[in-house]
Design a protein around this ligand. Structure first.
Ligand SMILES: [Zn+2]
Length: 322
C-alpha cells in the first residue's frame, strides 16, 4: 500500500469525525447550546448517548436510523453530512496534495457546510461562523498559503491585501443588492446574514475571485428558483403568467440548442419573440411583487436562502478553477 493511499484513507476517516462534530455544531447553534457541554444526546428523547452510538455513519447503519432508546427516527442529515465532509476532505487532498493550504481548505469546507446547512434548515446565519471563516481566510492569505496571487507585484495584488479588499467587496456587493431591493421593490431581497457570508468568502478567495463567485452564485440561485416559481404559478392557477413563462423558456432552449443553424430571418424572429416574452414576464413579476401588501407574502414568493448558493459557488471555484 502506498503512503498516499494511507494518508488519503486517514483524511477520509478524519473527515467523517469532523463531519460528526459539524453536526453537533449545527444542532447546538440552532438550539443555542454550548458545543462542549452537555455531552451528545438524542435530540428527541434527550437521553445521553453512549460512545458506540456516536460512530460516524456506522452507528446510523447499525441502529437502522433509529434512536437506541426511544426508537424515533434519526435524521438522515447526520450520516449525509459526515459522508459529505469526508468526501470533500479527500477530494481536496487529491487536488491540493501535501500543502500548507490543505488545513485551511479543511477549515473553509467545514464552515461552508455549517453555514449552508443552518441556512437551509432554519434560514439563519450565525455571525461567529462567518467571523471564523473570514479570519481563517485572512490568516491563510497573509502567509500566502493558497498562492492565489503568486507572481503579482502590485501591492493590491498581494494575497493579504487582496483578501482584505475581497472581504470588503464581497460584503459591499450584497449590501448594495439589499439596499436596491429596499429602494425599488420595498422588500428584503436577501438576508443580512448573506452580507457576512459573502464578505467571509471574499476574505478566503480575494478580490479577484469574489466577483465571479457571486455571479455564479446568482446563476445557481436562479436555476434553483425557476422550478419553485413554476410550481407556485401552477398552484396559484396563474396560467397566463405560466404560459408566457413556458413560451419564453421553450424558445430560449430551442434558440440555445439550434441557434447556430438558423437563417438570419428566423434568428431575428426568435430574438424578437424571446425579448417580448422576457419583457412581459419581467413586468408580470414586478407587478405581482408590488401587488402583495404584506411583507411576509412578498418574501415567500422569491426569497430563498442565498447563503447555500454563495457557499456552493465558492466550493466549485475552489475545486475547478483555483
Ligand atoms: Zn431518543
Amino acid at each position: 500500500m502506498s503512503l498516499n493511499f494511507l494518508v488519503g484513507f486517514f483524511i477520509f476517516i478524519t473527515g467523517l469525525c469532523i463531519g460528526s462534530f459539524l453536526n453537533v455544531v449545527i444542532l447546538r447553534a440552532l438550539s443555542e447550546e454550548s458545543i462542549v457541554f452537555p455531552p451528545s444526546k438524542c435530540p428527541k428523547c434527550q437521553t445521553p448517548l453512549k460512545w458506540w452510538h456516536n460512530i460516524p455513519v456506522l452507528s446510523y447503519i447499525f441502529l437502522r436510523g433509529k434512536c437506541a432508546f426511544c426508537k424515533q427516527r434519526i435524521s438522515i442529515q447526520y450520516p449525509l453530512i459526515e459522508l459529505l465532509t469526508a468526501i470533500l476532505f479527500l477530494t481536496s487532498f487529491l487536488k491540493f496534495g501535501y500543502s500548507l493550504f490543505l488545513p485551511f481548505v479543511f477549515i473553509f469546507l467545514s464552515l461552508f457546510i455549517v453555514i449552508a446547512v443552518t441556512d437551509i434548515k432554519e434560514c439563519v446565519t450565525f455571525d461567529w461562523h462567518c467571523y471564523i471563516l473570514a479570519m481563517a481566510g485572512i490568516v491563510c492569505n497573509f502567509f500566502n498559503f493558497g498562492n492565489l496571487y503568486q507572481g503579482y507585484t502590485w501591492i493590491f495584488q498581494t494575497s493579504f491585501i487582496a483578501s482584505l479588499i475581497g472581504l470588503l467587496v464581497g460584503a459591499l456587493i450584497i449590501a448594495l443588492y439589499l439596499g436596491l431591493g429596499h429602494l425599488l421593490l420595498k422588500m428584503e431581497t436577501i438576508g443580512i446574514g448573506d452580507i457576512l457570508i459573502s464578505g467571509a468568502v471574499g476574505a478566503c478567495f480575494g478580490v479577484k475571485y469574489i466577483i465571479p463567485i457571486l455571479v455564479f452564485a446568482f446563476v445557481l440561485q436562479v436555476i434553483i428558483i425557476i422550478p419553485i416559481y413554476f410550481y407556485n404559478l401552477i398552484k396559484k392557477k396563474d396560467y397566463y403568467t405560466f404560459t408566457v413563462f413556458l413560451t419564453f423558456t421553450v424558445l430560449a432552449i430551442i434558440y440555445g440548442i439550434f441557434g447556430n443553424n438558423f437563417t438570419d430571418i428566423i434568428r431575428i424572429l426568435f430574438t424578437i419573440a424571446i425579448s417580448v416574452c422576457g419583457i412581459a414576464l419581467c413586468i408580470m413579476i414586478i407587478k405581482s411583487i408590488k401587488n402583495k401588501k404584506d411583507n411576509e407574502q412578498k418574501a415567500d414568493m422569491l426569497k430563498l436562502p442565498f447563503g447555500p448558493a454563495i457557499v456552493s459557488s465558492a466550493l466549485l471555484f475552489m475545486f475547478l478553477y483555483i
